[in-house]
Structure formats: structure tokens, C-alpha cells
Design a protein around this ligand. Structure first.
Ligand SMILES: NC(=O)c1ccc[n+]([C@@H]2O[C@H](COP(=O)([O-])OP(=O)(O)OC[C@H]3O[C@@H](n4cnc5c(N)ncnc54)[C@H](O)[C@@H]3O)[C@@H](O)[C@H]2O)c1
Length: 253
């Protein structure tokens, strides 16, 4: 039986850890050749080894995606290794200090916007011409509950994820009729390194204690990855511009 992503090529950013790693492994198990782009060489290489160990195809590209040269390297490596790009998962991201506007330093602001928003934009800009050439492609962004409202993180992170949702909707409209679908997931709390990095004394509205009181449990990375894989797949062929909350009902409260 043919696997769902057999013959397809996917780029997954932040694929060395958490949601990105789970997504890369799931896509590879469904037949995709996966390029893992991550700033950490050890975890990126480990994820590729896991994919290859299970009989899949994977390659790591290591570097900071806020650097345009690294973005170019991801795309040229993917084309050189696998000749095409069918799926782009822009997932790499970092958390802020859970602070309000008057407490946000220039350094935190600039880093958050650069990594969480500018990098996905640059990657989209670099990948889309390859998708347009072949008349098809699927892009999925990892946004956040913090992209939907103001009470899920600090200001810098919240603004960056609102931007990701704007990018999703704009790109979905721009590429309608060109065979490229663009969607996003908006996870709530997920058990990953990023979630652990939230300081236990964070005063922000989404401090872990508050979150768990409201939602009951954090999600596994695999649960978010399953939603990303669905949006990337042909099963979602009529979905574009959708922002899918994956939060056990948190956004419905
Ligand atoms: N964990 C949560 O509770 C949660 C909730 C909502 C949204 N998200 C989003 O999910 C995405 C994935 O995060 P995660 O929870 O799996 O965290 P994680 O820290 O486990 O994984 C993030 C990955 O991104 C990589 N990365 C970070 N900055 C990078 C850069 N500049 N260049 C290249 N790679 C970089 C890291 O090395 C890491 O492998 C992020 O966009 C995050 O904002 C997470």
C-alpha cells in the first residue's frame, strides 16, 4: 500500500525537538523525505538518525533561521538532495519572558520577532517559487494560542504569533488558485523544551499553573504533530487559511 506522503519532500523547522521532531518523524513514517532545519546540531542529527533508523529519508541543515543565509541553505540543500519541495512546516520558535510592554527589552523584542515571524516569512519567500513552478504545495505554520488572544503569553511572543497568523491568512489568499494551501495550528500548552523554559515564577497570564487549572493537562508533541500532518496532507485538500486550535478546548473558554 502506498504511504500518504510517499515521494513527497518536506522541510520541518525546529525539527530537532518537541513538536518539530514529532512532525518530522510522523511525516517520514508516512513516506516523506524530510529536511530538518534546526539551530542545534546534536538534536537535529539525532532526529535524522531516528528517521533513517526507521528506514526513512532525512537530512539535517544546521543553523539559525533568523539568518537569511541559513534560510537559503535550507532551500538549496533540499533541492539538491531531493529535487522538490511539497511541504513546508515553519515550526521553530522561542518563548519570551512573559512580560508586559513596559518590561520588554529591545533585545527580547527583536529576537522574538526575528525568530518567530521574520524567519517563517523568509522561508516562505524562498520556498514558494519552487511550489509555484510545480503548481502545488502545502505550508503549515506553528502559531500558538497566543496568536489568537492576548492572555496566553508575554507581549513579544503574543505579537510574533499574531503576525504568524497574519502571514498564514495573507499567503492563503495570495496563493489561492496556484495550488498552494497555507494553514496554521494554534497549540495551547505542549510538553516540550519550550514549555519547560517558562519560568515557574512567570507573572504572565499563561503561567503554567493557570494553564493547567484551565485546561487540565498539557498536550504531547505528537498530538500537535498529528494536526500539522493532517493540514499538510491531501486529506485537507479544501483547507487553506485555517487556524486550527489544538488546545483541548482552551480557546473555547
Ligand atoms: N510548547 C508549547 O507549549 C507551545 C505552545 C504553543 C506554540 N508553541 C510553538 O511550537 C513551536 C515549537 O516549539 P516546541 O514547543 O516544540 O519547543 P522546543 O523548544 O522543544 O522546539 C523548538 C525547536 O526550534 C529550534 N529553534 C529555536 N530557535 C531557532 C532558530 N533561530 N533557528 C533554528 N531553529 C531554532 C530549537 O532548537 C528547537 O529544536 C514554536 O513555534 C512554539 O512557539 C509551543
Amino acid at each position: 500500500m502506498t504511504k500518504e506522503f510517499e515521494g513527497k519532500v518536506a522541510i520541518v523547522t525546529g525539527g530537532g525537538s518537541g513538536i518539530g521532531r514529532a512532525t518530522a518523524v510522523q511525516l517520514a513514517s508516512l513516506g516523506a523525505a524530510v529536511v530538518i532545519a534546526d539551530v542545534h546540531a546534536d538534536t537535529a542529527n539525532d532526529a535524522v538518525a531516528a528517521i533513517r533508523g526507521a528506514g526513512g529519508h532525512g537530512v539535517a541543515v544546521v543553523g539559525d533561521l533568523s539568518d537569511a543565509a541559513i534560510v537559503d541553505n535550507v532551500v538549496t540543500t533540499t533541492i539538491r538532495e531531493f529535487s522538490a519541495i511539497d511541504v513546508l512546516v515553519c515550526n521553530a520558535g522561542i518563548m519570551d519572558d512573559m512580560t508586559a510592554p513596559h518590561e520588554v527589552s529591545d533585545a527580547v523584542w527583536e529576537r522574538l520577532i526575528r525568530v518567530n515571524l521574520t524567519a517563517p516569512f523568509m522561508l516562505t519567500r524562498a520556498v514558494v517559487p519552487h511550489m509555484l513552478e510545480r503548481g502545488h504545495g502545502s505550508i503549515v505554520y506553528t502559531a500558538s494560542e497566543a496568536g489568537l488572544r492576548g492572555s496566553a503569553a508575554g507581549t513579544a511572543y503574543t505579537v510574533s504569533k499574531h503576525g504568524v497568523i497574519g502571514l498564514t491568512k495573507s499567503a492563503a489568499v495570495m496563493y489561492r488558485g496556484h495550488g498552494i494551501r497555507v494553514n496554521a495550528v494554534a497549540p495551547g500548552g505542549v510538553a516540550t523544551h519550550l514549555e519547560v523554559s517558562i519560568k515557574s515564577d512567570a507573572t504572565g497570564p499563561a503561567s503554567v499553573g493557570n494553564y493547567q487549572a484551565n485546561v487540565g493537562r498539557v498536550a504531547s508533541a505528537d498530538e500537535i504533530a498529528a494536526a500539522i500532518v493532517f493540514l499538510a496532507s491531501d486529506a485537507a485538500s479544501n483547507l487553506s487559511g485555517a487556524i486550527l486550535p489544538v488546545d483541548n478546548g482552551w480557546s473555547a473558554i
